[in-house]
Design a protein around this ligand. Structure first.
Ligand SMILES: [Zn+2]
Length: 513
């Protein structure tokens, strides 16, 4: 399915070998704990993964920059009273699934869909305070230390942003971010984040009761099993009556000041614009559903409706591009992607979609440029495979091999196809990497067992036997047309009495798929 991120294991090993680890006091809980990921490493992981994680989770919500500024203000108000100084950053993502996440080092995101579900600024503070604790209390770093991310790899990619047909195909270093943002920290850490988040709320002057009403809303919505909710927030932050009660207890243990606020009016003001165009996003979400059902005409209608309400939203044009592309109307698709990019030139999906359409239209140079740009924003197996195919048409085998190699670790059909293309190129060059040849004697003749390690049927295998016979080197080449799992071949050479296997060497000369 998905390979484990290769960067983690050697790094952890290296830290252990260098002795760069020991005990440290957790800045939030005050407890002593094992710590071999330094603060500077935490911060640099957060910085490296922040942009690609935003891309994989819907991209930045651009239409209302004031909303982004507002969420940052609330976040910074809490960060200022947190137990740990970090380069905190907050962003609103263009995704309807109600979710929020934090990377190590204080890089935090909240989805447009979650903002719409909140009643006041104090509830937003409860969400952001909770995420701040995940970063401040090193929950992500601890998960990396325990190596839980390695097992979490498959899970993480399966709950990437639901809106994207590509997000299951993230490859390379960005895989780490996609694991971190969809990490399940476990019951204990969630309760810890709630408890300390509530403390921060009060310190920042927010009514901590909002942490209770927030969880109550979540439980009610989870009971109603609203689609999207289950896939989003609830996959990484399971709501429970236990959390409601725990928060109620935390709040009742506090000495409530009199100058606290819920910021209800301020929240309503800042959400006013998004709420005024909410029906456009409802129509857009409906279009996503219709695309999955392959009801393309209805999907286009729903997207047109969304555009009529909110003409500044790039996503509505980009998704129209996707529909046209799925309908093989690549010229129309390209125009729609152009419109999307004119509104937002920093979202990988529009470049990826336009690149795929350009490739179909025979615009190889434009396709390459789009697909490379898409990979810069978020490397995907889809773009890698297409770039591999384009390199093959230019007879750049080495380049093609690299792209297919990058794509073949992805899941599903796409990964399998990329692996097939890679093997087709690599097998003729390195046949002995795929075929194990072991010498044997049968009926007095020198032969060999050939074992095919590729998992695919290999054709036109030729194996050279070289042996020392009476002080003379003799060699014979044997060919077989098809090698499935294994085969036995005979060199036809009768071995002398004093034969030793040390005198024989076998070379797989050539093979192909
Ligand atoms: Zn959490």
């Amino acid at each position: 399915m998905v390979t484990t991120p290769v960067i983690l294991k050697p790094l952890v090993l290296l830290w252990v070998l260098l002795g760069v680890w020991g005990c440290a006091t957790n800045p939030v809980t005050g407890k002593s704990e094992l710590s071999f990921i330094s603060e500077s490493t935490e911060i640099s992981i957060g910085e490296q993964q922040y942009l690609t994680s935003q891309q994989s989770q819907g991209g930045k919500y651009l239409v209302d920059q004031n909303l982004n500024d507002y969420v940052s203000e609330v976040g910074n108000r809490l960060a200022a009273v947190s137990d740990r100084a970090l380069p905190y950053e907050f962003v609103v993502l263009n995704e309807s699934t109600p979710n929020a996440w934090a990377l190590p080092g204080g890089k935090i995101a909240v989805n447009r869909g979650l903002l719409l579900a909140l009643n006041n600024e104090a509830e937003l503070a409860a969400v952001l305070g909770h995420e701040i604790v995940h970063s401040a209390a090193r929950h992500g770093a601890q998960a990396m230390q325990r190596g839980t991310l390695l097992q979490g790899a498959i899970l993480a990619t399966s709950i990437a942003a639901k809106d994207s047909e590509f997000s299951n195909y993230i490859v390379g270093a960005a895989e780490l971010g996609s694991q971190l943002v969809s990490l399940r920290y476990g019951r204990e850490k969630e309760l810890e984040s709630d408890a300390h988040g509530i403390k921060y709320m009060l310190r920042a002057g927010y009514d901590p009761h909002a942490a209770i009403t927030l969880q109550e809303t979540f439980v009610a919505m989870s009971d109603a099993k609203k689609t999207g909710w289950l896939e989003g927030l609830f996959s990484s932050h399971p709501p429970s009556v236990e959390r409601v009660n725990a928060n109620r207890q935390s709040v009742s243990a506090l000495e409530i000041r009199h100058d606290i606020e819920t910021g209800q009016q301020r929240y309503a003001q800042h959400l006013a614009y998004l709420r005024s165009v909410e029906s456009a996003y409802v129509s857009y979400d409906r279009a996503q559903f219709l695309i999955e059902e392959q009801e393309f005409a209805s999907a286009l209608k729903a997207l047109q409706h969304a555009q009529d309400i909110e003409p500044k939203e790039a996503r509505f044009y980009g998704t129209m591009g996707d529909v046209y592309r799925l309908q093989l109307q690549h010229r129309k698709a390209k125009t729609a992607y152009d419109q999307a990019l004119a509104l937002d030139e920093n979202f990988y999906e529009y470049y990826l979609g336009r690149g795929l359409s350009n490739a179909k239209l025979g615009n190889a140079a434009a396709a390459k440029s789009d697909l490379s740009k898409s990979n810069e924003l978020l490397p995907t197996a889809v773009a890698m495979s297409e770039l591999g195919t384009l390199a093959l048409t230019e007879r750049k085998k080495g380049v093609a091999k690299q792209y297919f190699k990058a794509a073949m670790n992805a899941g599903g059909d796409l990964g399998r196809k990329a692996r097939f293309e890679y093997l087709k190129l690599d097998l003729p060059e390195n046949p002995s990497n795929y075929i194990l040849a072991q010498a044997k004697i049968s009926n007095g003749h020198l032969g060999a067992n050939l074992i095919n390690k590729s998992g695919l049927t290999i054709a036109q295998v030729s194996v050279r036997f070289t042996a020392l016979s009476n002080g003379k080197l003799v060699s014979r080449t044997v060919k077989i047309n098809q090698l499935q799992r294994s085969a036995s071949v005979n060199s036809g050479w009768q071995v002398p009495d004093n034969f030793s296997f040390e005198d024989v060497s076998l070379t797989v000369l050539s093979a192909r798929l």
